[in-house]
Design a protein around this ligand. Structure first.
Ligand code: AKB
Length: 337
């Protein structure tokens, strides 16, 4: 089988770098990337072409490319999006819309369904208060979909746009010979943690920030309360889920949007794990009301049984395995401990 042509937007971000490395390791992809920034050294040599700049304006460059798969990762994350709402809307919604239109156009014109893999997020949910959050426990895809943040609204709306372009665009599905439609597949990720990169501008960042700070003997003031709980996932599992969803036969998919989960953990549990690994770690709690409010509106955990049933999803890393066999060994190596 020949090489598949893949576009990865937001390639310089945490998910982008890890995804490009995985695609390159697999070896059957011609990887094109885009981002506002130049490519970092970690992936520079793995990519055949990088288009630098604002996707909203750059997307026209891609109209002649025969992409098999588009991973659309470029986004303004939740904390930043809450401050710069208009910019977030432009990046998160207009950028996505432009790319969906491209995928829909290419699919219909050339009769080949472009796969569009879209990382959505637990930010698409909105729990009205802590009592409801505790009572709800693990939430399903169709529950509690009233996000409290600009970023969450953007993600939820773009899921709907993806469904529209892949199923109903132009209402041509009602024709006798409907055209080939693009193939939209979204994953709702929890907070992600990489041992190799540190996140920025998100609100689940307190978990990875705390651990990376502890490993470098830096004091860390956590911006949420100790009892704050949401689900997290190891970056290798996030990449695994994207590859599995990409590979899943279309007939096996019963929906366009899938939760994926690994382990729910409190901020205090993060602190205890950090102290166990780095006994001198200085971790305090100084909750920021706005960021606390955002995390409190996200569910404790998500129900990913639909992904498990439809495409065999299961994470490799539960909480113990994540700390003992991925994060701590890698991070100790990274910071020379
Ligand atoms: C963020 O904090 O904005 C993201 C997310 C949970 O979607 N990491």
């Amino acid at each position: 089988m020949g090489e598949k042509q893949v576009l990865v937007t937001g390639a310089c971000g945490e998910i982008g770098q890890a995804l490009v490395q995985e695609l390159s390791k697999r070896g059957a992809y011609r990887i094109v990337t885009s981002d506002l920034a130049p490519l970092p050294d970690s992936i520079k040599d793995l990519v055949v072409e990088h288009v630098q700049g604002d996707l909203v304006f750059k997307v026209k460059v891609f109209y002649d490319y025969d992409f098999d798969v588009i991973f659309h990762l470029a986004a303004s994350l939740s904390s930043k999006a809450e401050i710069a709402t208009e910019e977030a809307h432009r990046i998160n919604v207009e950028g996505t819309m432009q790319l969906l239109m491209l995928a829909a156009y290419r699919s219909e014109k050339y009769g080949k369904a472009v796969k569009f893999i879209f990382p959505s997020s637990i930010a698409a949910y909105g729990m009205p208060n802590l009592e409801a959050k505790k009572k709800a426990g693990r939430v399903r895809e169709e529950e509690w979909d009233s996000p409290h943040t600009m970023y969450g609204c953007n993600k939820l709306y773009c899921e709907k746009l993806g469904m529209y372009y892949s199923r109903f665009h132009g209402q041509k599905h009602l024709d006798d010979n409907p055209p080939v439609m693009m193939d939209f597949r979204a994953l709702r990720f929890p907070g992600l943690i990489s041992a190799f990169t540190v996140p920025s501008s998100g609100t689940s960042d307190y978990g990875p920030e705390m651990l990376h700070a502890a490993a470098q003997d830096q004091a860390y003031a956590c911006f949420v309360r100790p009892d704050t709980i949401i689900s997290f996932m190891a970056m290798p599992d996030a990449i695994k889920s994207m590859m599995m969803l990409m590979d899943a036969p279309r007939e096996s998919l019963t929906t366009n949007v899938y939760n994926v989960a690994a382990f729910a953990i409190t901020a205090e549990e993060f602190r205890q794990r950090a102290l166990k690994a780095f006994p001198g770690a200085q971790i305090t709690f100084e909750p920021n009301p706005r960021r606390q409010g955002i995390v409190d509106s996200w569910p404790e955990d998500v129900d990913d049984s639909r992904a498990r049933k439809d495409w065999g999803w299961t994470p490799d890393y539960d909480m113990d395995h994540f700390f003992d066999n991925y994060f701590l060994p890698e991070i100790k190596r990274r910071y020379g401990k």
